[in-house]
Design a protein around this ligand. Structure first.
Ligand code: AQP
Length: 343
């Protein structure tokens, strides 16, 4: 991580985004959306985009992409993002993201990107055949953040390394072009027991939209029966829940389910274990299913209502993009001037 000092003195601003690559799930909700809404409620200036430029780094269906963007926007709003307070928009509607990403590609070093674990996880042994876009993905992410001079980025634990890279890029840009204070060094906001939600089928793998098994995740649009069934079938071990968090070591599935309960209840892992320690999964799983249904049913109902009116979602996305473009315009103009572009 960069050890540069943060000399930026502009306003506090929040930026985050998700890929329109499938149904948003409990990991996206507890790891990111809950914090997005909390920051909005605290009165912060928030920019929440649907990162469709990132979505095309992997094979995708162009015909399905616009609806996937609308669906993600509806999920944000169903989870509590209020478009009259927070800008909700598609990344591709603000060209300054791609412009700044190019400048940052010329600042970031190849060796930095080679260390990114998500690239290795997503491409596996097939890295040679991966798109260049998936390799430079974290540079675009740095541009997403810094094109708004965002100071805070609410994300799940998996994005920590990318946030460190964004800080390194900002610091190097300012050093190289002698423009200290031009950009903030953005801080990740990673908090709560929901920061890392794992697959229901394998407690060592993160819950993910692209997991082939739908049983591995709880989608925000799953109905009550589906949620209860997925929790009932979730992988566990034969031991009862322990009374303290230390007892969850080397029990990834038990730790995951207890963590999900804590995050949904808005409480600590210790409190959950005080209540359920010594009890088996035959008792714990139905309690977790009831809690998950109670928390997610209103989100799912609101999502269905919102997706029933795609024209209204488009209007919201247009308004969000206008707000975003207005904030990004002077930042990209300043960055172009700093690197010496003509005009
Ligand atoms: N399992 C998770 N636990 C906690 N937070 C998570 N996030 C994702 N999965 C978990 C957080 O959700 C935000 C949006 O992620 P994304 O859609 O941009 O991409 P991702 O991190 O790659 O999510 P997926 O589900 O794994 O998508 P695919 O399968 O399309 O790659 C981020 O803040 C992330 O931390």
């Amino acid at each position: 991580m960069t050890d540069a000092a943060n000399t930026y003195s502009g306003p506090q601003r929040i930026l985050s985004g998700m890929q329109p690559t499938g149904q948003l799930h409990l990991g996206n909700y507890l790891g990111a959306l809950v914090n997005w809404v909390a920051l909005q409620e605290r009165g912060a200036e928030c920019f929440y985009c649907i990162v469709d430029l990132h979505a095309i780094t992997m094979p995708h269906d162009p015909k399905a992409l616009p609806d996937a963007v609308r669906s993600a926007a509806a999920a944000y709003m169903a989870a509590g993002v209020d478009p009259s307070r927070s800008a909700v928009f598609a990344q591709s509607a603000v060209p300054a993201h791609a412009e700044l990403a190019w400048i940052f590609q010329c600042v970031a070093r190849l060796g930095w990107l080679e260390r990114m674990t998500q690239f290795k996880d997503k491409t596996g042994k097939d890295a040679e055949r991966a798109s260049v876009g998936i390799f430079t993905y974290p540079v675009l992410q740095a541009a997403d953040i810094l094109v708004y001079k965002a100071t805070h980025v609410p994300v799940g634990e998996d994005q920590k390394q990318h946030l460190e890279l964004a800080r390194d890029i900002a610091a190097r840009f300012m050093r190289e072009f002698d423009c200290e204070g031009a950009f903030p060094l953005p801080e990740p906001v990673i908090q709560g027991p929901g920061a890392r939600i794992m697959s229901l089928r394998d407690g060592t793998k993160k819950m993910s939209k692209s997991d082939e098994s739908d049983a591995s995740r709880i989608n925000l649009v799953d109905d009550a029966d589906t949620i209860a069934r997925k929790i009932k079938k979730a992988k566990t071990d034969p031991e009862p829940l322990p009374e303290t968090a230390e007892g969850l070591q080397n029990r990834p599935e038990a730790a995951n389910l207890a963590g999900i309960y804590a995050a949904l209840a808005g409480t600590s892992l210790e409190t959950v274990l005080t209540e359920f320690g010594g009890k088996g999964f035959g008792v714990f799983k139905p309690a977790l299913a009831d809690l998950a249904v109670a928390k997610l049913a209103p989100i799912s109902a609101e999502y269905r209502r919102l997706t029933g009116d795609p024209a209204e979602i488009d209007r919201i996305l247009q308004r969000g993009a206008e707000r975003a473009r207005a904030v990004a315009a002077p930042v990209i103009a300043e960055a172009k001037k700093i690197v010496g572009f003509w005009g």
